[in-house]
Write a protein that binds this ligand. Sequence first.
Ligand code: SI3
Length: 263
Amino acid sequence: MKTNKVRGLIAAPFTPMHENGEINLPVIDKYVDLLLEQGVTSVFVNGTTGEGTSLTLEERKIIAEKWIEAGKAKLDKVIIHVGTANLKDSQELARHAAKAGADMIGSMPTFFFRPASIELLVDYLAEIAKVAPDLPLFYYEIPEMTGVKFDMCHMMELAVQKIPNFGGIKFTSFDLPTFARCVDKFADKLSLCYGKDEQLVSALLLGAHAGVGSTYNYSGMIYSRIFKAAKAGNFKEATKDQIFSAKMIGVMFDEEMLLHRLK
Ligand SMILES: CC(=O)N[C@@H]([C@@H](O)[C@H](O)[C@H](O)CO)[C@@H](O)CC(=O)C(=O)O
């Protein structure tokens, strides 16, 4: 099985499109270089920022293939989001990601008919993980968009028992106390990636292994400085950049996550 170790900055890339809404694949080669120039070393493809759940399966497959091909020997990890509203589509995307050479896969829960219990959520993830047994599966926790909210520490306890290739979590929530419990319990065996850019430094202080976010696409240099300063224990420096990030995000988003403002 491929390693579940991912570290540093993971961008959640936009899906480049032409005016007519067709996918603009060739620009992804330059996109990889743009991210690397900012210190971003991995990508989480077809996620929220990539509008994955608004794309067809075929579109998601060609985008995944292009990021894997463009990122080869350049990016550290290409992680493909396979979450959909149903199991069979997610399994199809997971099989495809494995065949195409992805390093990892991630999945959010079903978000219309939501899992009725934490056990059912883990069983669902296990059904996705089993069709791509050589890839670590990450759970994509994003309750503000999915409406699914369980205790992530408990979820991971169940996942490590039931899913041999469970790799970690992509934690997009302001709930730092829960994130702290997850770090305490699982930091030595899983990868814990934090997904709220405006609170990255707090998550790093707690022990996050990686940050994953949308504003990394064009402000990666800010988060690179935060990461380096935090890892060096220079929190005064890290906090300065984090305050800038919080102010920048405050300008872009008022009360809701308006993706179009990011594009
Ligand atoms: C809801 C949302 O878009 N969250 C972003 C954050 O990067 C967010 O844009 C940022 O923290 C500003 O609020 C990411 O966590 C989403 C993400 O990783 C993805 O697009 O897959």
